[in-house]
Design a protein around this ligand. Structure first.
Ligand code: AMP
Length: 507
């Protein structure tokens, strides 16, 4: 039984010392080189007295930053990845919660330090990586004291929830994720993960830890390939990428820009996506070009360590249908709870609540929010039994598959009718030419406002299609076309921003 993710790294190092572990275009590190980099950083941090505390890392998306994550683990600390391109105000807010004693950044970002006005000791990644004798005795002592319940990383929730909260995740939860994913999808040392997700977004946790758990390889896809994805397929082919675990929006970029028009990926056999409902149109685009690959809809919030349910696409889906989120991973239970805290009746909608080793340790220095979301299983009071309340609603369909319907906060009552805004969105997304869309609700005026992304006005087409599919009370009252819907830093539609823009313009 594993109790520290470093055991995965060391096992892979022993089995495949020369094999590529991580590549970023500029640097390719073998397992032995990478593990050595990590120990180097760990030894230096430990010598400075860092232990069981957060190490903030203002990172690039590159191999040295990954080595800093593992180096932090070697020192017995937990890493807090922060995107250095975030606005300074956002970085300051995050750091004010973390209050780190140590902050790692690259020398070329030294100027950032001035704007941050924090007490932390700044450590340059280049210095931490420069060769020096390892304090192996100290690293051993740290390892001997390690528990699998110790934290490994802290990630701040995306802007989609408004206020950033630091979600603290233990080694145990990441090990559980890596074991269940490997068992379920049969990863092996043959796999090459093409990483899309930013390192401060937990979608990337799967790429990183599934790579080391399986002695596989991970290649970081250059960011610009998602802006001009023409060369994406040849990049994936050159790297012989077998697996994509991407944000649903990234798959959408490929289909919207018809990135595989001239060349399609040849080695991909697993295409997994999460974060948002994947429009069926996007799925069709991929399936038409990569018919033999396994497609998996993964569902779950950061607070349950990546994903708690999965659905392997196993039948044809028509436009307007929604992909199920499937069933829970092994060692995970999903409870659908009604507003009274009781199990929802078969077929009825309930809040998706999660039990298992996947539960995070809570929100850093935020007891109140932690206790609200990570709470006692309301089905009994016999012993301490935590569930995480996702705030997402779902139900079981006729096949016994879970279906995500909406955020709790996107369920509205309008003129007495209970409406899931996502249901309207699914119908609008099915309209030819609509790339994506988002509905918001103006409670005061009882108006449903639709923002859609398309290259021409499609109001008439949308209305025609809705007339055929939805009751009238679900029709949007206002239509706004945008060439590009705003996205948050994790590539999801920035709903709070659209709502704010709408409210400002309504004044
Ligand atoms: P995050 O913590 O940023 O990954 O966001 C998690 C939230 O994204 C979930 O609580 C859901 O609201 C949404 N989400 C994640 N995966 C899916 C999916 N496969 N389908 C629909 N919504 C999803």
């Amino acid at each position: 039984m594993h109790c520290n993710v470093l055991e995965y790294l060391e096992e892979a190092e022993r089995a495949y010392p020369k094999k590529l572990a991580f590549g970023d275009g500029a640097m390719e590190a073998s397992y032995s080189a990478f593990a050595q980099m990590a120990r180097q950083i760990g030894s230096r941090l430990a010598a400075l007295g860092a232990y069981r505390e957060p190490i903030a890392i203002l990172m690039e998306k590159d191999v040295p930053s990954l080595a800093a994550f593992f180096g932090t683990a070697y020192s017995g600390c937990f890493y807090v990845p922060i995107d250095k391109t975030f606005p300074l105000g956002r970085i300051r807010t995050i750091l004010s919660v973390v209050e780190p004693r140590f902050l790692i950044l690259g020398k070329k970002d030294a100027a950032l330090k001035e704007g941050l006005s924090i007490e932390a000791t700044v450590l340059y990644l280049e210095d931490l990586l420069s060769p020096a004798p390892l304090d192996t005795g100290l690293l051993r002592q740290i390892r001997e004291r390690h528990l699998d319940t110790d934290p490994l990383y802290m990630m701040f929730t995306s802007g989609s929830t408004g206020v950033p909260k630091g979600v603290l995740v233990s080694h145990k939860s990441v090990i559980d994720m890596a074991e269940q994913f490997t068992k379920t999808f049969h990863f092996s040392q043959e796999d090459v993960f093409a990483n899309q997700a930013p390192f401060d977004f937990d979608v990337s946790v799967k790429d990183i830890y599934l790579t080391i758990k399986n002695g596989a390889s991970m290649q970081i896809v250059p960011k610009n390939m998602f802006v001009l994805p023409k060369s994406l397929a040849s990049y994936l082919n050159e790297k012989k990428a077998t697996t994509l675990i991407w944000a649903a929006s990234a798959l959408g970029i490929v289909s919207t820009l018809d990135a595989f028009k001239e060349e399609a990926p040849r080695y991909l056999n697993k295409i997994m996506f999460s974060g948002e409902v994947l429009p069926i149109k996007t799925l069709h685009y991929w399936q038409e070009r990569l018919g033999d690959a396994m497609y998996v809809n993964l569902y779950g919030p950061t607070e349950i360590t990546c994903n708690c349910t999965y659905y392997i696409v196993g039948r044809a889906f028509g436009l307007g249908e929604t992909l199920p989120i499937g069933k829970p991973f092994p060692n995970t239970e999903i409870l659908l709870l009604d507003s009274q805290g009781q199990l929802a009746k078969p077929g009825e909608s309930g809040e998706i609540c999660v039990r298992g080793s996947c539960l995070a340790l809570g929100y850093y220095k935020n007891k109140e929010a932690t206790q609200k979301a990570f709470c006692q299983n309301p089905l009994h009071d016999d012993y301490h039994d935590l569930i995480y309340r996702t705030g997402d609603m779902g139900y079981q369909n006729e096949y016994g598959e879970l279906v995500f319907t909406s955020r709790k906060d996107f369920q509205i009552k309008r003129m007495g009718h209970r409406i899931e805004l996502f249901e309207i969105e699914a119908a609008v997304n099915a309209v030819d030419g609509v790339e994506k869309c988002c509905c918001i609700y103006d409670q005061e005026k009882e108006k449903i406002v639709l923002y859609y992304q398309a290259q021409r006005n499609l109001e008439a087409d949308i209305l025609k299609s809705l007339q055929a599919n939805l009751p009238k009370y679900m029709f949007p009252n206002l239509f706004y076309r945008m060439e590009r819907l705003p996205e948050n830093s994790h590539g999801k539609i920035d709903r709070p921003r659209l709502k704010l823009e709408y409210m400002e313009q309504r004044q």
